[in-house]
Design a protein around this ligand. Structure first.
Ligand SMILES: [Zn+2]
Length: 490
């Protein structure tokens, strides 16, 4: 079974200064409490040799201005952090023991103690070790105990303590919840976040707007909220568990060529996201003209609300489109594998600034989306080497700069194959996924060599490109020894 897929989504909030300052007051107390709780967890860990179950912990005596309910919410977060920290030490412990030059039996005993997280205390005299497929009980010596403690303490020394002084608040329904529109308030906002404060019975309400993207994803919102401090503002996030449905693949592999016009082409000939570039062009003009004004007045773009809004629109657009269009591909073909080339999409039709922005955001969103598809449906993602996929003929394999008639069209100089340039790219991407030698890190030069040699080998002596075409193609310059041999050309 796949691990659950949880994701967090930001909900735009409109807290005024007074509410923000209330949140910061809570946050300050929350962090102080977290620090005390962590100290307390360490003390029981050292006293008892291990961490007790979370639910059996009693922290009534820990001083805090947070309500008891708040304190427990905080405890659960701190417990999670501490537990993660200990698990990491456990992992390092195992590595260290494996790589040591201890005797095999000693290693197995230490690993058994490590599995039980009993580095500091172990009550029994024997321990069960796993050797090959068998389990057996062995006697524990003082030396074993001493060694386990020593290694563990060493690891605690070399690993920094979990950072807790800057944590965000991970809150649940006990202290924080989303409520619908307030009957007596203006209908300006979609929701309100009701947040308990340090004053009992006196919550604050923070206006929120929808996150349509998060709400469009299939799944279930959990009753968890994150409140993050960022540049003296607060960011509010909701947690959603994305649903995994039964997924029976219909297609083995689908390859995608990522461009901007359209956004995706598949090896099946689909052109998906054809209006993509038009919207980007409009946005590009707006951003560029805004930038001009800002530059003239010496204002930093990040300080300008309008500019920030435009950039947010660009991000939302990219995110929504990438999500929607990849979902289409999944719906249409239900592939087992998706083959892509290294992500790189730019367009000469857009400004340098927009190309850079798209490059950054687009890459991130596609990666996130693919990761999610993997989590939800177990779709395997394969990356291939992108060199020359736009100049190679997907039908005969002939590779030539002149095969590109224009940005949209591909026409092979040799076999006459005429096809949308991006679909041609997608077909090449698919072919490459089954050529093992064409590794993703191979240099462009080596890729070219391999492709040209493959081509010449395939058509040795017959049906190869017309000689004048090949001779005038610089790519073939170094490989024509055999072809130019007159005996072969008859
Ligand atoms: Zn061809």
């Amino acid at each position: 079974m796949n691990p659950e897929v949880f994701a967090t989504y930001t909900y735009p909030n409109f807290a005024n200064r007074s509410k923000i300052s209330t949140v910061f007051t809570i946050l300050k107390e929350y962090r102080q409490t977290a620090k005390n709780l962590l100290q307390y967890l360490w003390s029981i860990f050292y006293r008892g040799g291990k961490l007790p179950y979370r639910k059996s912990l009693n922290v009534k005596h820990i001083q805090s201005n947070l309500s008891e309910r708040y304190k427990y919410v905080c405890l659960w977060q701190v417990y999670g952090i501490f537990d993660g920290y200990i698990s990491n030490l456990q992992y390092q412990f195992a590595n260290m023991v494996w790589r040591s030059n201890l005797l095999r039996d000693e290693k197995l005993i230490l690993l058994a103690l490590n599995n039980l997280k009993s580095w500091l205390k172990y009550d029994k005299d024997t321990v069960i070790i796993f050797d090959g497929g068998e389990t057996k009980s062995v006697q524990l010596t003082q030396e074993h105990r001493r060694l386990a403690k020593k290694i563990f303490k060493h690891l605690v020394r070399i690993n920094r303590e979990p950072r807790i002084d800057k944590i965000s608040m991970h809150l649940d329904k006990k202290v924080c919840d989303i409520v619908g529109k307030q009957p007596d308030k203006a209908k300006l906002f979609d929701y309100w976040l009701k947040l308990s404060t340090l004053e009992r019975g006196n919550p604050i309400y923070i206006p929120l707007n929808k996150n349509t993207y998060a709400e469009s994803l299939e799944g279930k919102f959990k009753n968890f909220y994150q409140i993050v401090e960022k540049n003296e503002e607060i960011v509010i996030k909701r947690v959603k568990e994305l649903s995994k449905r039964e997924y029976i693949p219909l297609t083995d592999k689908i390859s995608i060529d990522i461009g901007l016009n359209p956004l995706f082409a598949s090896n099946k000939g689909d052109l998906i996201g054809r209006k993509f570039i038009d919207f980007l062009k409009i946005l590009d003009e707006k951003i560029t003209s805004r930038m001009r004004i800002l530059q003239k007045n010496g204002i930093k773009p990040k300080q300008d609300n309008r500019y920030v809004k435009l950039i947010n629109r660009l991000r939302d657009f990219l995110k929504n489109e990438i999500n929607r269009l990849l979902n289409n591909i999944i719906k249409l073909y239900r592939p087992k594998q998706i083959v892509i080339e290294r992500l790189d999409f730019r367009s000469p039709k857009l400004s340098r600034r927009l190309n850079r922005l798209i490059q950054n955001f687009g890459k991130r969103y596609i990666k996130e989306k693919l990761r999610r598809l993997k989590g939800l449906y177990n779709v395997e993602i394969i990356e291939i080497n992108p060199a020359y996929t736009s100049q190679e003929c997907s039908s005969c394999g002939y590779i030539d700069k002149r095969n590109r008639k224009d940005i949209q069209t591909f026409k092979c100089k040799v076999c006459g194959n005429k096809i949308n340039a991006q679909v041609n790219g997608a077909k090449n991407i698919l072919n490459r996924s089954s050529i093992n030698e064409l590794g993703i890190h191979l240099s462009k030069k080596k890729v070219l060599k391999m492709l040209v040699e493959r081509y010449l080998e395939k058509y040795k002596g017959c049906k190869s490109a017309a000689l004048d075409t090949i001779v005038s193609n610089p790519y073939f310059k170094d490989y024509l020894g055999g072809i130019l041999n007159p005996g072969r050309l008859e």
